[in-house]
Design a binder for this molecule. Sequence first.
Ligand SMILES: Nc1ncnc2c1ncn2[C@@H]1O[C@H](COP(=O)(O)OP(=O)(O)O)[C@@H](O)[C@H]1O
Ligand SMILES: Nc1ccn([C@@H]2O[C@H](COP(=O)(O)OP(=O)(O)O)[C@@H](O)[C@H]2O)c(=O)n1
Length: 218
Amino acid sequence: MIIPVLTIDGPSGAGKGTVSRAVAKLLDWNYLDSGSIYRSLAIAVLQVGIALDDLPAITQLAKEMQLGFECGESLLVRLNGVDITAQLGTETTGNAASIVAAYPEVRAVLLQKQKDFRKAPGLVADGRDMGSVVFPDAPFKVYLTASAEERASRRYKQLIEKGIDANLAQITREIEERDRRDSGRAAAPLTVPEGAITIDSSSLSIQQVIDAVMDLVR
Ligand SMILES: Nc1ncnc2c1ncn2[C@@H]1O[C@H](COP(=O)(O)OP(=O)(O)O)[C@@H](O)[C@H]1O
Ligand SMILES: Nc1ccn([C@@H]2O[C@H](COP(=O)(O)OP(=O)(O)O)[C@@H](O)[C@H]2O)c(=O)n1
């Protein structure tokens, strides 16, 4: 039996994680937060003190790192047995993730780890290249976006709510820089995958986006 996959790709702050988790719960499907894999590698690189341009060392670390995911109320991630959930969501981690994710060698090492999440009864996969590279045969594909201004403001609120110090002007600059890097890279750039429907969530509520995605799958 072919296991169905719903891919949700898009830029930072578009709402991919929020919508993917909700839809996975409604469908009772598995969930892959592929960004957390690149984020975990970035944490490992920063912890060991490897430079972000030391490709051989980063690739080796990607091969060796052991990741554990626990999907409860929120996602818990262990890197080599240590809980790194608290560091996972910071902008420092996200920006470093976007740098290590641009290396084709790193992406090649992490490809199978992502494909392994495809288990019955189905999978919701969120990231940048879920519909284009990792699950090109997915029957359901969404490209979720929103204006850079709206995405920066959402990220700002999210960080403040978590008690993390944040600066809106800096977040806006970082989001735009990340958009440029993720879309402009040669390896698996952020793009609208073939066969995807585009949802612009700039003026939609979270529930409206969830409803639109559920309509597609049903
Ligand atoms: N349609 C929406 N309207 C308003 N806020 C949203 C919407 N979608 C997501 N958010 C909020 O924006 C923030 C970023 O969402 P998230 O799911 O982490 O985005 P992504 O995974 O695409 O980076 C979260 O705080 C989330 O609650
Ligand atoms: N499938 C994916 C997922 C993330 N990434 C990279 O990892 C970074 C962090 O991804 P994320 O999905 O956790 O980030 P947010 O969209 O939540 O900010 C992105 O900026 C991408 O560069 C990727 O290259 N491919």
